[in-house]
Design a protein around this ligand. Structure first.
Ligand code: NAP
Length: 256
C-alpha cells in the first residue's frame, strides 16, 4: 500500500491501512518527505501490534544524501515509525550533486548496524543503479521504485528487463495512474472492461493483476476508501489467460 497524500484525517488513514493489512496487503510504503514525516507517524499507528507481519519501506530525501544526513534521517524515520528496523530503506530520487559512493556508504552502515534490512532506490535509471550498486561493498540493491501502470509504461523500454535480469524488484508506484485508471474512457478501457467482465473482476483489479503478472513487479496502490482497499486486495491470487494479458497489454500504448 502507498501512503502519499493519505490526507489530513489521521484516524481515517490508520483505519484504511489496517483494513488493507487485514486483507493481506502487507507492504507499506512511506517516506520522510510525505507530510514532512507525518505519514511515517500514521504508519506507526497502523502497524502497532502487528509489526512482524508487515514489510515497512521508507525513503530518504535527496537533500539528505550526505553521509551524516542519511544516518540522521534514518534515525528520525525510525523514531517516527517507532521501529527498531525498517525493512527497506530507499533513496527517493537520484541526487547528482552528492557522490553516490558517499550516500551508499551510509546506506551500508545502516544495513550493517541492523537499522535497515534492505537497500533500495527509487526513480533511478539503469546507469544510476549500476553506479549505486558499484558503490556498495556487501549489500545488494534489492529494489527500484518507479512509476509503472498500463498508462505509463516507459520502464518497459529497458529498465524493467534490466531489473528482471538482475533480480531487482520493481516496486510500481502510481499503479492506478493516480486515480486516472478508474476514470478512463475510450477503446483501450473498453477492452480492459470486457476482459474484467469475463472474469467477474473489476477494471482496476485487472490493471493491477496485469502489472503483478510481469516478472519481478510488485504494486503499491494508495487508497483511503475501504471499498477501494477491498477491491485492490483482490487483485492477485488469480490470473488471466495468456491471450488476455496480451490483449490488455496491446490495448494500451507504450510510448517511449
Ligand atoms: P495510485 O495508487 O495509482 O492512485 C491513487 C488514487 O487512486 C487515489 O485517489 C485512490 O482513491 C484511487 N484508488 C485507489 N484504488 C482505487 C480503486 N480500487 N478504485 C478507484 N479508485 C481507486 O497513485 P499514487 O498514490 O501516486 O501511487 C501510489 C503510491 O506510490 C503513493 O501513495 C506512494 O507511496 C508511492 N509513490 C512513490 C513515488 C516515488 O517517487 N517513489 C511517486 C509517487 C507515488 P482513494 O485514496 O480515495 O481511495
Amino acid at each position: 500500500m502507498g501512503t502519499y497524500g493519505m490526507g489530513s484525517d489521521d484516524d481515517r488513514a490508520v483505519n484504511a491501512l489496517r483494513h488493507g493489512l487485514d486483507r493481506g496487503m502487507l507492504l507499506i510504503d512511506t517516506a520522510e518527505m510525505y507530510g514532512s514525516g507525518h505519514s511515517e507517524e500514521v504508519v506507526s499507528r497502523a502497524v502497532e501490534g502487528r509489526r512482524d507481519s508487515v514489510f515497512v519501506a521508507s525513503k530518504v530525501s535527496p537533500s539528505h544524501f550526505a553521509y551524516d544526513d542519511v544516518l540522521r534521517s534514518a534515525q528520525k524515520s525510525l523514531k517516527r515509525l517507532r521501529l527498531k528496523q525498517m525493512d527497506l530503506y530507499q533513496l527517493h530520487w537520484p541526487n547528482p550533486s552528492i557522490p553516490i559512493s558517499e550516500t551508499m556508504r551510509a546506506m551500508e552502515k545502516l544495513a550493517n548496524d541492523g537499522l535497515t534490512r534492505y537497500v533500495g532506490v527509487s526513480n533511478f535509471s539503469i546507469a544510476q543503479m549500476q553506479e549505486a550498486q558499484k558503490a556498495l561493498s556487501k549489500n545488494r540493491i534489492v529494489s527500484n521504485q518507479v512509476e509503472y501502470s498500463l498508462l505509463e509504461r516507459s520502464i518497459e523500454k529497458d529498465l524493467l528487463l534490466y531489473c528482471q535480469k538482475e533480480g531487482v524488484t520493481v516496486i510500481a508506484y502510481s499503479p492506478l495512474g493516480q486515480g486516472k485508471m478508474p476514470k478512463g474512457r475510450g477503446a483501450a478501457f473498453d477492452i480492459l472492461d470486457k476482459v474484467a467482465e469475463k472474469l467477474g473482476k473489476s477494471r482496476n483489479q485487472v490493471a493491477l493483476n496485469w502489472l503483478l503478472h510481469q516478472e519481478s513487479v510488485v504494486v503499491i496502490p494508495k487508497a483511503v476508501r475501504k471499498e477501494h482497499l477491498a477491491e485492490n486486495a483482490e487483485s492477485c491470487g488469480w490470473r488471466l489467460d495468456n491471450s488476455d494479458y496480451e490483449l490488455v497489454g496491446n490495448a494500451f500504448p507504450r510510448v517511449f
